[in-house]
Write a protein that binds this ligand. Structure first.
Ligand code: BGC
Ligand code: ZN
Length: 355
């Protein structure tokens, strides 16, 4: 069968023929796999923690939608079911044993298509039923390929609710309508995170450094999400009109973080999700802002099974209303390998169609 592989830590990209693994569990035929920043970093050899399952090649792909073609002795799945596989697999620590490998304590986990486990960019794969999430074909179908990136937004929502309860943060009418949240980054994750906070009743402003593509603007407009292109208006000037109460960073750059701590209100909530770039230790002044403003800052990576289920539910409830299908801007063949390195004008999420 066909498989798209890379060679960590060097990177690279190849479509190869691999033998079908002799596996047990549920046999899944891949329908779609999504490509995200993590895949692009892997291919460029820039992801420090990337490692193959065995040998030198790692099968890429952690965002997938597939169809059960043989349920094995699984009681929960039958032939024809649509399923989304989970990315991260538990090690032996307490958190992993509780099903919260997204909070793994000792790093002894693997992630399909990223570190220590082959991914889903292949025609078929075997999967343990525990790591498959069932999707209802009639309500969401192909959109379910967004479940994996959306589960990250659902974990961010969980963290946000927790941080929000630290002070009495809701408005006088006990909604969140008086609160503004700035979401940095307008890629797939940024748009999904913005959509989730919009449904929580907050005023959401999506931020990018460059003028936004038309497709992104129409997505934000139709969903009542504001936006800021910091090449035409500075963050400093925008927050004078719309104060920043909370921020989610889906970029991961130092200047974005400094922009947040400089401009956010006291008791602000900051969730960091992006991972490009490092925090240089010379920026000590940022620490002062964090302390003096009582900021709650939390990092977030990955998500648990509950977040996959919440993501499926979110797509069922809001997929049509939010026009989530417009996030998928291109459907390609496994042979089209240059989609990993070329950026199309207006691209948001590219997916590969396997069957
Ligand atoms: C995935 C996460 C994963 C992270 C780091 C992201 O692209 O969505 O599930 O934990 O990469 O490997
Ligand atoms: Zn991803």
């Amino acid at each position: 069968m066909r498989a798209i592989v890379t060679y960590p830590p060097t990177g690279g990209l190849e479509l190869v023929n691999v033998p079908q693994e002799a596996g047990n569990g549920v046999l899944v035929r891949t329908l779609y796999t999504g490509i995200c920043g993590t895949d692009k970093e892997l291919v460029l050899g820039r992801l420090k923690f990337a490692r193959p399952q065995k040998g030198h090649a790692l099968i890429l792909g952690h965002e997938a939608l597939g169809r059960v073609v043989d349920p094995g002795d699984s009681g929960s799945f039958k032939n024809g079911d649509l399923v989304v596989p989970m990315v991260r697999r538990p090690g032996g620590c307490r958190m992993c044993r509780m099903g919260r490998q997204d909070y793994c304590e000792d790093g002894d986990f693997v992630e399909a298509g990223i570190r220590g486990k082959d991914g889903f960019m292949r025609d078929e794969f075997f999967e343990e039923e525990n790591f498959l999430v069932k999707v209802d074909e009639s309500t969401i179908g192909k959109l379910a390929v967004l479940t994996e990136p959306l589960k990250n937004a659902m974990k961010i929502r969980e963290i946000f609710r927790f941080m929000e309860s630290r002070v009495k943060w809701n408005c006088d009418d006990s909604t969140l309508e008086c609160r503004n949240i700035y979401v940095f980054g307008t890629g797939t994750e940024g748009l999904l995170i913005s959509s989730v906070f919009k449904t929580m009743g907050m005023n959401v402003i999506a931020v990018n450094r460059h003028p936004l593509d038309e497709g992104i603007i129409s997505f934000l407009d139709r969903n009542g999400i504001g936006y800021l292109d910091t090449s035409s208006e500075t963050l400093e000037s925008r927050v004078k009109r719309e104060k920043m109460d909370a921020a989610v960073d889906a970029v991961g750059a130092m200047d974005v973080f400094k922009g947040i701590t400089d401009n956010i209100q006291r008791n602000g909530i900051v969730i960091l999700f992006g991972t490009n770039g490092q925090l240089p230790s010379s920026q000590y002044d940022i620490i002062g802002e964090i302390v003096d403003k009582n900021l709650s800052i939390c990092g977030s990576v990955d998500g648990a099974k509950i977040h996959y289920n919440e993501a499926v539910e979110f797509i069922e409830n809001y997929g049509k209303r939010f026009g989530l299908e417009s996030i998928i801007t291109g459907v390609y063949e496994p042979e089209d390998l240059d989609i990993f390195t070329k950026k199309e004008k207006g691209e948001i999420k590219k997916v590969i169609k396997w069957s």
